[in-house]
Ligand binder design. Structure first.
Ligand SMILES: Cc1ncc(COP(=O)(O)O)c(C=O)c1O
Length: 388
């Protein structure tokens, strides 16, 4: 059966050229990067080359890159590494659970957290961030691109506000890296998280940019790996993969290679909106990463559409992968003001480097008829009530 994968915000396939450079690090190049003999030095050199490649993607120094086990760890190191009970932290209502639940834990530990809202397009207003500042504010953590809608937040303005107030700024750029330029200096952040598996490197590896001079309390205690910022023997093969994926992502951004992806995304949106009544784009009108669109199909259950499309070979999602199966509507879409039934009727399409225009044709040949079929079965769908 033919299978098309449009769920690249959940995870991306490892690119063949990424896998090729990783392969020797499972076998011949097995050394521990901390060993001083040949095997260790060989591995150390490769890890440091990867660090250079990641730094190049993030526009920072190699010494400012700390490898982690992924985006979740990077977010946790940033948030718990900087805050103490009694601190005040500012975040947004649409963060990934890696940030949202870390902030909830901070509250339990005696921090105060302000969750700034978003508007109907899913955008944080920088003035809300400014207004939330207090003398005891220690950290602002607001994401760069939302995983469900792809909406890009005004990170540079927030960076300026943080700098003026002399408050640390962390941004979760897990869904932005490789899709839009992520210049840490331009953003003006002190900390920035990325994850390998969202940019065609393997799952279980990520990185945190830590601006020179930023002192973080580590999460793990052990050896002095990663300049004592993250103890534990490195995931060498994963790090090598992340380095290669970062290099490919940088080339793609520099050569304008994402234009085709944006075209495919736009064609998905345009065709669905013209062929399916009572549908629309969540986050329309806001700047977005080029690979993501989140579309509502009123009068259906998103989960039912995901399952129906999967049976026909198309993999899409109702939003955050970790919340699928949950009955609760998306916290991101409800924060944007969508009524719960529209939030539950929303589907995320997210493209990757491996997707082709022909796969878009395949998807578009399935979606309108599948939605129509589900609506026929829907007791709340009254065709005459739908205005187009
Ligand atoms: C915005 C965002 N932050 C953090 C994460 C967590 O990254 P990881 O899966 O590498 O732990 C994800 C993954 O979905 C994400 O989309």
């Amino acid at each position: 059966m033919r299978r098309v994968y449009f769920d690249n915000n959940a995870t991306t396939p490892v690119l063949p050229e990424v896998f090729e450079v990783m392969r020797p690090y499972f076998a011949e190049h097995f050394g521990n990067a901390s060993s001083i003999h040949h095997h260790g030095q060989e591995t150390r050199a490769a890890v440091e080359r990867s660090r250079e490649a990641v730094a190049d993607l993030l526009g920072c120094r190699a010494s400012e890159v700390v490898f982690t086990s992924g985006g979740t760890e990077a977010d946790n190191v940033a948030i718990f590494g900087l805050t103490r009970p009694g601190d005040h932290v500012i975040t947004s209502t649409i963060e990934h659970h890696a940030v949202l639940n870390s902030c909830k834990r901070l509250q339990e530990m005696g921090c105060e957290v302000t969750f700034v809202p978003v508007d109907g397009r899913g955008l944080v207003d920088p003035d809300d961030v400014r207004r939330a500042l207090r003398p005891d504010t220690r950290l602002i953590t607001i994401m760069m691109a939302n995983n469900e809608t792809g909406v890009l937040q005004p990170v540079e303005e927030i960076g300026k506000i943080a700098a003026e107030a002399d408050v640390y700024y962390h941004t979760d750029a897990v869904q932005a890296a490789g899709k839009v330029p992520v210049g840490t200096k331009r953003i003006g952040c002190d900390l920035l998280s990325i994850s390998g598996h969202k940019l065609h490197a393997p799952q279980g590896v990520g990185a945190l940019y830590v601006r020179k001079g930023t002192i973080l309390q580590p999460l793990f205690y052990g050896g002095s790996h990663e300049r004592s910022r993250r103890a534990g023997t490195e995931n060498v093969a994963g790090i090598i993969g992340l380095g290669k994926a970062a290099e490919i992502a940088k080339q793609g951004l520099d050569s304008g290679g994402l234009a085709q992806m944006a075209e495919m995304r736009d064609r998905i949106q345009k065709t669905i909106l013209s062929e399916v009544e009572a549908s629309g784009v969540n986050g329309e009108g806001a700047p977005r990463v080029p690979n993501t669109t989140n579309i509502y199909f009123d009068y259906i259950e998103g989960e039912a559409l995901v399952i129906a499309l999967d049976l026909k070979g198309l993999a899409v999602s109702t939003g955050a992968a970790c919340s699928s199966g949950a009955i609760e509507p998306s916290h991101v879409l409800t924060a944007m003001g969508l009524p719960p039934e529209r939030a539950r009727a929303s589907i995320r399409f997210s493209l990757g480097k491996q997707n082709t225009p022909e796969e878009v044709d395949f998807a578009l040949s399935l979606i309108p008829q599948t939605v129509a079929r589900l609506r026929e079965l829907s007791p709340v769908y009254n065709k005459t009530a739908v205005s187009h």
